[in-house]
Design a protein around this ligand. Structure first.
Ligand SMILES: Nc1ncnc2c1ncn2[C@@H]1O[C@H](COP(=O)(O)OP(=O)(O)OP(=O)(O)O)[C@@H](O)[C@H]1O
Ligand SMILES: [Mg+2]
Length: 317
């Protein structure tokens, strides 16, 4: 049994379907990537797992089991107890998840006190150490500052430090390195790797950066319009992408090994506002290989270790 099992997750906001039947698993000590372009449902998936979607606006169906426990039927109080020591999340928007009127040192030591039983000087030292590990210069001085005194990238790193301080069994990181320059990004990825290797943390990594995926993930799920369109071990996905959308994502990355005048090949069009899986493949309007059979019916997710949702996958590969 995997530590986290997400099964047929569906989330809608009124008439709008944001997530439309997503399945994946994360094992202890494993890094699983969730990739896809803006609006495909990555954040909504993670917020649903954490029980943090607004209850009135969002209707959530399917299951998310943590250590065998169905999170969606857990009473609120028990869910709150799990957050921190069991489930932690680095949010995409760092300013709204830090408390603006509490010094950042206090925000970190609070977690260390509550979840790791540290007190006083020991907690303060650990907070300095954590800020140092996420690459914040002069960490001892920064402890006394408020979130608004930090740059966006620094706030992101403080959030990562807080998540690491919890030493959670499952960490969901939603675009944790998007706002950071590459040297800091490398340092953060190293830190996350460390956490996974030394603590056996299960890491769900949400990103649209395929470089991050290549450097960190064991398994990857490619999301398109609220559904998984390809799922495979990271190596296999890069070596043999089988869904035209994945191929498109890989082709859109600038490459140093190609001649400079070689044009990038972006995927034409953009993700639709409405989930389009009812009349065949939702990617069909943007796909160069579209055929009659693509819009004849919903393409199923097929395969075992390397799964895809494309009726023409053999030709693509
Ligand atoms: N609170 C909400 N109310 C209504 N619709 C929402 C809400 N939150 C998200 N959505 C919709 O759900 C869809 C998926 O959004 P989500 O935030 O999961 O995208 P994402 O994959 O995380 O994109 P990005 O890469 O830009 O962060 C979008 O169409 C979005 O407009
Ligand atoms: Mg998002």
């Amino acid at each position: 049994m995997a530590l986290l099992e997400v099964e047929d997750l569906r989330v809608s906001f009124g008439e709008t379907r944001a997530v439309d039947g997503v399945d994946f698993q994360v094992d202890e000590g494993q890094v699983v990537g969730l990739v896809g372009e803006s609006g495909c449902g990555k954040s909504v998936t993670s917020l649903a797992i954490m029980g943090l979607l607004p209850r009135r606006a969002a209707s959530v169906a399917g299951a998310a089991r943590y250590d065998g426990v169905d999170l969606f039927s857990l009473p609120r109080g028990e869910m709150r107890r799990l957050r921190g020591p069991d489930l932690a999340m680095v949010f995409q928007d760092p300013l709204s998840s830090l408390n603006p009127v509490v010094q950042i040192g206090r925000q970190i030591t609070e977690v260390l006190e509550r979840h790791r039983g540290m007190r006083g000087e020991a907690a303060r030292k650990e907070a300095v150490h954590l800020l140092d590990r996420v690459g914040i210069p002069d960490p001892a001085r920064r402890l006394g500052e408020y979130p608004h005194q930090l740059s966006g990238g620094m706030r992101q790193r403080v959030l990562i430090a807080i998540s690491v301080a919890c030493a959670p069994r499952l960490l969901i990181a939603d675009e944790p390195t998007t706002a950071l320059d590459v040297t800091i990004q490398a340092q953060i990825l190293e830190l996350l790797k460390d956490l996974v290797d030394s603590e056996g943390t299960a890491l769900l990594m949400i990103t649209h950066d395929l470089g991050v995926v290549a450097g960190l993930c064991d398994e990857v799920n490619v999301l398109y319009s609220g559904r998984v369109v390809e799922s495979a071990p990271a190596r296999d996905l890069f070596a043999r992408p089988t869904h035209p959308y994945t191929v498109g994502l890989l082709n859109s990355i600038p490459r140093l090994d190609l001649p400079i005048h070689e044009p990038l090949r972006p995927i034409r069009g953009s993700i639709a506002d409405v989930i389009g899986w009812n009349d065949g493949c939702a990617f069909a309007p943007r796909c160069d290989r579209v055929a009659e059979e693509c819009v004849a019916g919903e393409p199923p997710l097929i395969g075992a270790a390397h799964m895809h949702r494309c009726v023409r996958a053999e030709e693509v590969a």
